[in-house]
Design a protein around this ligand. Structure first.
Ligand code: NAP
Length: 347
């Protein structure tokens, strides 16, 4: 069986996804194949090939020139806009890996791409946090109307795949609440602050190691965790979720010496905690720095490691953790989502 994928976005995630395609023989059964039919970026060209784009040559051409359309390929089409490919291209799954703008609460271009795919009854996999957080309900409706699935495991804490576990393994456990540390950058920076570093020093270190973005504001100010928390809430709680801006979000700037001293005295940790609790009216969400006592399971995690505590009615408290939140891990989540669709899994 050959699956034809249309990939929108060739940034860190798209590139890593193509590296997985390069070694697909090691990951798939003999008769299976995932073929890159089309690829589009915002300003670095686009490519379409009915026979499939050779990914090793693509990666090399892009590495040398910065453009995806630098690849010479007989019979391929260049310059098609992303949306035209979704509307007219012959593909089986849309992999939406463009970037939205959480700060501006902007879910485009991702949402238009996904809607256009559903109009043609094409399943969607995405790592795009902004579109999943801001348009989750709309996408659920469109997916159900089209009768095809969408998967979004690559949007949240890909190094600790609790979304997968909570949605597909403990399906009847009835989730009552959630606490998680969802930003590796914040975990790392907070540990540095506890050791006496300044925020600027800690951020510089995090950027040098490749963990923090060049503009780490979304992480540090809590918006990245807030977006991930919304996706978790919408995916796991099955209840209306407050919109971004309607629940408290506090970042880790301006933590006082007194708070850091309290954390040190407690013997625990300080973490940017993302929390979901059930309330009389539905669910409450919050993101903010908290001192975690040594008895809290998340205080046992070191450095960038992310973790989640899922409180369930039927299994009690479950804790999962994992290191990293890298583009390679996001690409692997995308890969697994494609495989789920190939296996006919609906969620
Ligand atoms: N990086 C991670 O570790 C990670 C982890 C989980 C989730 N995510 C999410 O996954 C998505 C991709 O992340 P990334 O790190 O690969 O982002 P990135 O490096 O910023 O790449 C984004 C890609 O989207 C393309 N793009 C933007 N607007 C487009 C449009 N209108 N049409 C076609 N292509 C368009 C960009 O084109 P140009 O190349 O021309 O700019 C670029 O290739 C983001 O939504 C991010 O939030 C990332």
């Amino acid at each position: 069986m050959t699956i034809r994928v249309l990939l929108l976005g060739f940034g860190s995630v798209g590139r890593n996804f193509c590296r997985l395609l390069e070694k697909q023989e090691a990951l798939l059964e003999k008769e299976e194949r995932i073929l890159l039919a089309g690829l589009a970026t915002r300003g670095r060209g686009s490519l379409w090939s009915d026979d499939g784009i050779p990914v090793s040559s693509l990666l090399e051409a892009e590495r040398q020139t910065g453009r995806v359309d630098a690849l010479s390929l007989a019979g391929c089409k260049k310059g098609l806009p992303a949306l035209d490919m979704v509307r007219e291209g012959e593909f089986d799954i849309l992999a939406e890996c463009t970037s939205g703008n959480l700060k501006a609460m902007e879910s485009e271009p991702g949402f238009s791409h996904i809607r256009a795919a559903f109009e043609r009854k094409k399943p969607v996999v995405t790592t795009n946090k902004a579109v999943a957080a801001l348009r989750f309900e709309d996408i659920e409706i469109l997916s159900s109307q089209a009768g095809v699935p969408w998967h979004f495991d690559g949007t949240v804490v890909v190094g600790a795949p609790f979304l997968d576990y909570a949605r597909r393994t403990i399906v009847d456990a009835r989730i009552l609440g959630f606490e998680g540390t969802l930003s590796a950058t914040c975990n790392y920076v907070l540990d540095c602050l506890m050791e006496g570093a300044s925020l600027d020093q800690a951020l510089m270190d995090a950027q040098r190691s490749g963990m923090a973005e060049s503009d780490p504001a979304l992480d540090i100010d809590g918006w990245d965790s807030a977006a991930k928390l919304m996706i978790v809430a919408k995916a796991l709680m099955g209840m209306p979720c407050p919109a971004l801006g309607e629940f408290p979000v506090k970042g880790i700037r301006g933590l006082t010496r007194a708070v850091l001293a309290e954390a040190r005295r407690s013997g625990g940790k300080i973490r940017l905690l993302a929390r979901i609790t059930r309330s009389a009216g539905g669910i409450d969400l919050s993101v903010g720095p908290e001192v975690l006592l040594p008895s809290h399971p998340l205080s046992l995690l070191f450095g960038p490691t992310n973790g989640a505590v899922i409180l369930t009615e039927n299994l009690g408290e479950i804790c999962l953790s994992g290191t990293g939140s890298s583009p390679a891990q996001a690409a692997f989540a995308l890969w697994q989502d494609i495989r789920r669709i190939a296996r006919g899994e609906k969620r």
